[in-house]
Design a protein around this ligand. Structure first.
Ligand code: SAH
Length: 393
């Protein structure tokens, strides 16, 4: 028996606009006893086909894979991954000699809700955020192998912390294919150790690539503070850009080790760089007013909508400290990666911080996520990274 979901009357409206989520409140009936992660076919109240997708327990009950009446089989996965790969090649990001680090699949942005695939040299790191993608991991890996061919030798599956806890899958991270001896990848000609075994996300924040490249252009002759440095990405671009001094700070000692290793990989024995394991707020309190380029790239302060108010207070405090202390004529790259914080919210937080510090501030650039993290136009929730480059008089 086909596993089906019947919607309440009128609840197909957002699906007609190709929004890929069906909330549990929109569902009238579920037939055929699907298990969590199964493929279900969705019908309107008057029995018209509307979509097919993965069913899951929770407020988002179905993640839509297709609005066409087509099977979700090997050919489907292959086509979707090939489309994603073609896009990245056509815009150049997957076809440059100086770059083998890019996001191949960005969930809803590539019409594959719940799936992330990042490429680091010849290793693909695959991450499932839904039970359905987890169940389909083998067939997806097969399709991935075929589409990328010789380009990848290893596939590492890293979903231990991204799958819904309640689904009780007890998934362990591990290689689905191959096993990499090296973990060095190249981004715009710079080398990075990527720690997909223990690192955050899939091991690296690929989403800051274009913003790091912009920072490089501002770095010449400046004294830089890279706050929340993690793998040291911004620091290494700044060193290449000719910064006079670069200080990297992160509360995690592991991040500091990683930053030092990455600096060493690109600029051995470079005396311009130093890294410190310290809390951001303590460091900003204690530091002098010697920096004239500061990066603030904190972790998501708001993981959910209910923590929005506190998150905004956090962004305001953080930015106020940096704006207060930066040298006249200094530049701040400030970011928020919380999906719950809108562009307007974030800008207001930085505006309030500027007003608190009583300095003249101009916005030079408004930044976002790069093209290999595309936003599905029907799913504006996919826009999560926001940044401002400000000039402080
Ligand atoms: N800018 C980085 C990504 C930053 S991720 C890049 O381009 O790759 C956020 C980092 O903030 C993490 O490495 C985490 O260890 C660090 N962090 C979290 N809370 C902190 C705090 N209170 N003080 C300093 N660092 C903190």
């Amino acid at each position: 028996m086909e596993k089906t979901v019947i919607l309440k009357r009128g609840k197909e409206e957002s699906l007609l606009r190709q929004h890929p989520w069906i909330f549990s409140g929109a569902i009238l009936r579920i037939n055929g006893n699907p298990e969590e992660g199964d493929i279900v076919t969705v019908y309107t109240n008057d029995k018209k086909f509307i979509a097919r997708g993965h069913i899951q327990v929770g407020s988002i009950a179905v993640r839509v894979l297709t609005f066409k009446d087509e099977p979700i089989d090997y050919g489907f996965w292959k086509k979707r991954i090939a489309t994603a790969y073609d896009m990245r090649r056509s815009i150049g990001i997957a076809s440059r000699d100086d770059n083998d680090t890019f996001r191949l699949v960005h969930g809803e942005g590539d019409n594959l809700p719940g799936l992330v695939i990042d490429i680091y040299d010849d290793t693909a790191v695959m991450q499932a955020h839904s039970v359905g993608m987890h169940m389909s991991r083998e067939i997806i890996a097969d399709a991935l192998k075929e589409v990328l061919g010789d380009r990848i030798k290893n596939i590492y599956y890293k979903s231990e912390t991204t799958l819904p806890y309640k689904a009780d899958l007890n998934q362990e991270n591990g290689y689905i294919m191959g096993k990499s001896a090296s973990n060095v990848a190249t981004e715009y000609g710079l080398k990075f150790h990527i720690d997909w075994l223990r690192g955050q996300k899939t091991g690296f924040f690929i989403d800051q690539r274009e913003n790091r490249a912009l920072l490089e252009k501002f770095s010449k002759g400046r004294k830089l503070l890279n706050m929340f440095c993690y793998t040291g990405g911004f620091s290494i671009y700044a060193l290449r850009g000719g910064a006079e001094l670069v200080h990297s700070v992160d509360s995690s000692a592991k991040a500091i080790d990683l930053t030092n290793a990455n600096v060493e990989l690109n600029f051995p024995d470079d005396k311009r760089h130093a890294a410190y394991a310290e809390d951001a707020f303590d460091y900003l309190d204690k530091m002098g007013d010697n920096y004239d380029l500061i990066i603030l790239d904190p972790p998501a302060f708001a993981k959910h909508r209910d923590s929005l108010r506190n998150a905004l207070i956090g962004y305001r405090r953080l930015n106020a400290k940096a704006i207060e202390k930066i040298k006249p004529g200094g530049i701040i790259f400030t970011f928020s990666c919380s999906q719950a914080v809108s562009k307007e919210n974030f800008r207001t937080a930085v505006f309030t911080a500027a007003a608190m510090a009583k300095r003249n501030v101009r916005i030079l650039h408004q930044l976002t996520q790069p093209a290999d993290h595309p936003v599905n136009i029907y799913h504006p929730e996919g826009e999560y990274l926001k940044g401002l480059v400000i000039y402080v008089e």
